[in-house]
Design a protein around this ligand. Structure first.
Ligand SMILES: N[C@@H](CCC(=O)N[C@@H](CS)C(=O)NCC(=O)O)C(=O)O
Length: 211
């Protein structure tokens, strides 16, 4: 049995959407951020960083969203959420998962949690502003790479598109939201139209406007 520790709209949304795409049997376990449950002793045993998500797969306890993505893609190859091993497409897939996790996803931490990056709280707004500028540039780079392709890998949908969808969603409160970039908006709309994605959003209680 698979269990996903989640909070609505958090990084857990990505593996949640994958589990729905796969059609796997799984349970959702809410981490109550209102109570700081991600910092509770029980949760820290699962993820010592105190961050969401965690996936339990039998005896395996996995934290780090990108690791969970790669694990699920390998565990359910028939889902087609990643190209076949050993292909050039698979390497492109790795590129995107790693780029999205360690470039924009990491930058979003500075945007959402600027106080973590300062010793003087008064400086937090400038950290947020600088994160916004970097995120704007990052989304421009992703948009240029995507071009007029349907999905990040071209004609083939993959978990990387779910990842990008989640990040576009996270940027909805930015002065220049990523959805204002036409090809990013079009990709996010295509992802949003997928029945599995609709189910995940509904289960997390996320309603329009989604991004
Ligand atoms: N690198 C981690 C980052 C996870 C992360 O930052 N999760 C956020 C929610 S999106 C979180 O747990 N925030 C609450 C906190 O840091 O206390 C991953 O990808 O799993």
């Amino acid at each position: 049995m698979l269990s996903l520790y989640y909070y609505p709209g958090n990084a857990s949304l990505l593996p949640h959407m994958m589990l729905r795409e796969i059609g796997a049997e799984f349970e959702l376990r809410l981490v109550d951020r209102g109570q700081d449950a991600q910092k509770s002793p029980d949760y820290l045993k699962l993820n010592p960083s105190g961050r969401i998500p965690v996936l339990i797969d039998g005896d395996l306890v996995l934290f780090e969203t990108a690791a969970i993505v790669l694990h699920l893609a390998d565990r359910f190859p028939e889902s087609g959420l990643a190209p076949a091993l050993g292909t050039a497409e698979r390497s492109e897939f790795y590129k995107w998962i790693i780029h999205l996790t360690n470039t924009p996803q990491t930058e979003f931490r500075a945007w959402f949690y600027p106080h973590e990056h300062v010793t003087d709280e008064a400086a937090a707004p400038t950290v947020k502003d600088a994160a916004r500028e970097r995120l704007d540039r990052m989304f421009d780079v992703i948009s240029a790479q995507l071009g007029d392709k349907t999905w990040l890998l071209g004609e083939r949908f993959s978990a990387a598109d779910l990842f990008l969808f989640m990040l576009v969603r996270w940027g909805r409160g930015m002065p220049r939201p990523p959805r204002s970039i036409p090809n990013l908006n079009a990709l996010a709309e295509r992802v949003l139209a997928r029945p599995a994605v609709q189910k995940a959003l509904e289960a997390e209680g996320l309603r329009a406007p989604i991004f």
